[in-house]
Design a protein. Structure first.
Length: 289
């Protein structure tokens, strides 16, 4: 499976702080926002990842993350000239995807919960159709919403419905088989001129090949795309890290735990950041073995 982090857009909901930088470069407590979605793909076992961003911002991501080799992964970069819908990511990254399945994660989405890595790794194997991840919310009318039947099968998808049939919001994490490229190629742009991810998902649903995984009690899903949400996300990460003594979305630790790099490489990466608490944590966990 190949991975895509979609980190484009203009971040208009976060103006003026995004007038000079990408939203996904903003800090969520102790690390750039893009670390969080990137960590999700790594936890799924995905090592070949493309980051899509705007022409103005792409070099900043390249400077931050490089080619990924120190983390035992391969990172490439692609430009989205203008935000023309989430589904355009599959057209931009068609060469990167090749004949493989693909995971798309939005660059401002943060996930955390027990057993999450196991769920991701299980669902990333032999994808036949699409796998969506739902999360119960109090205000489903603000989101794409999935409805499941008594057996947990996905039966409908609605985009920002006035009267939602369920409280399960469709999060910004999607797994697809290789058919997604052709589906995206044949989409008709919506009224706002965008290739809508919900239209992609509906086609899979009509084919009987759409699955919804509900991330229920104990999970956290945050969309850090507004000032309040960005602050809340930072506070959540701060509290959890201080209370539990672990670091969320620590790419160096994940690379080591996943077997992408060895302990010595993890230690070296920590030493490069040793003047920060983040770097000290990486060194501590590597030394603890």
């Amino acid at each position: 499976m190949k991975g895509i982090v979609l980190a484009g857009g203009h971040g208009t909901r976060l103006h003026p702080i995004t007038l000079g930088t990408s939203k996904q470069m903003l800090p969520v407590y102790d690390k750039p926002m893009i670390y969080y979605p990137l960590s999700v793909l790594m936890l799924a076992g995905i090592r070949d990842i493309q980051i899509i961003s705007s022409p103005d911002d792409i070099e900043n991501f390249r400077r931050l993350l490089g080619d990924g080799s120190p983390l035992g992964i391969s990172l490439s970069y692609a430009v989205q000239e203008e935000p023309r819908g989430l589904a355009e990511a599959f057209l931009i990254s068609a060469e990167h995807i090749g004949d493989d399945s693909v995971a798309l994660v939005l660059g401002d989405n943060i996930f955390h919960g027990p057993g999450f890595a196991g769920i991701l790794q299980d669902k990333a194997v032999d994808v036949d159709g699409c796998v969506l991840f739902g999360y119960p919310v109090r205000d489903p009318e603000r989101y794409g919403v999935g409805e499941v039947d008594a057996d947990g099968r996905l039966v409908s998808l609605e985009e920002k419905p006035e009267h939602p049939r369920s409280d399960l919001a469709i999060t910004g994490l999607y797994f697809y088989d290789n058919d997604v490229i052709d589906i995206a190629k044949n989409l008709t742009p919506s009224a706002r001129g965008e290739l809508e991810i919900t239209d992609v998902n509906r086609i899979y649903l009509e084919r009987g090949k759409a699955e919804l995984v509900s991330l229920g009690r104990g999970f956290v899903w945050l969309d850090a795309g507004t000032h309040d949400a960005l602050t809340e996300a930072g506070q959540y990460v701060q509290i959890l890290e201080h209370r539990q003594g672990v670091r969320l979305a620590c790419l160096e630790e994940i690379a080591w735990r996943m077997g992408f790099i060895d302990r010595e490489a993890c230690l070296r990466l920590g030493e490069e950041l040793s003047k920060s608490p983040y770097g000290q944590y990486v060194m501590e966990i590597a030394r603890a073995g």
